[in-house]
Design a binder for this molecule. Sequence first.
Ligand code: DGY
Length: 332
Amino acid sequence: MSASSLPTVVVSAPLPADLRERLAARCSIIDVPAGQSPAQTLDAAQREALVGILCTMKTRIQRDELAALPKLKVVSNFAVGFDNIDVPAATEANVLVCNTPGVLDKAVADLTLGLLICLARNMVGGDAFVRSGQWARGAAPLTSDIRGKTLGLLGMGRIGREVARMACALGMEVIYHNRSHDEAAEREGLAQYRERDALFAESDFLSVHIPLSPSTRHGIGKREFSLMKPSAYFINTARGGVVNEAEMIEALKTGVIAGAGLDVMETEPLPGDHPLCSLSNVVLQAHVGSATVETRRAMIDLAAQNLLDAVGGTKPAAMVNPAVWEAGAAKA
Ligand code: DGY
């Protein structure tokens, strides 16, 4: 096939050289900087030809974007979350949405447990204690065991289950709330189900593992924080938008909860003068749950393969709206 007869795809994600070569053998690639709108960046002929987009969460694919790309078949997100894409609009437009589930569970679970231990053992405060020379004036304050404490998981998908496994191995009691009971996890003795309010009330550490969607946006706020113990910590490695951030900051400032470990915020990147940055009972990370060399490589491999499969007419491994694929297969 000549380069011009290859299907046109936009790449808006960091692509290792070997993967780029693999993609270039089967597609004509147009690079669009991450976060930039493909519809607004491409010229009319490119928009008309475009069949696939490989992008990160920074690229917003909404209804108007989809309407401007008449031949688009697939948006392959280099992330497990897909709140940057209007999935119902994509489904209406017969555009398949793909993501990267499974390959990042362990890395995100590692970071979740890292934040939990950091909070329980005051590791950030301990680092400052040593660096500032306070150690010479006496021992550091005592901290708390995590063993025997209760970890509440809001959301029991792949990542929640991985966190549950690790927390059980560390001797924690794990409880969870989810739309449906996870009978396998209960049978394995990983976690026990609780109603939502009971989860907030009983947890010593409450960790969030739900996706961001119109129905979960700002679902955690003043009411939920007031249910929590004043000694409890809140951990979020999912999406900042699931929390009412102003109400969380108020709860952290007024001692309604003891502290928080946050990898995600409503505004990312978080500006250095944001109120969260001045709270000493908060440990912050820069949305790095999946950001290890090995995990990001596995994610981009899967995202690129999803794109190639969808463009080439093979069923991709990870589809968010498989109805689009099934409808296409039924027609063929
Ligand atoms: C995801 O995959 O959704 C992560 O949040 C991106 O790091």
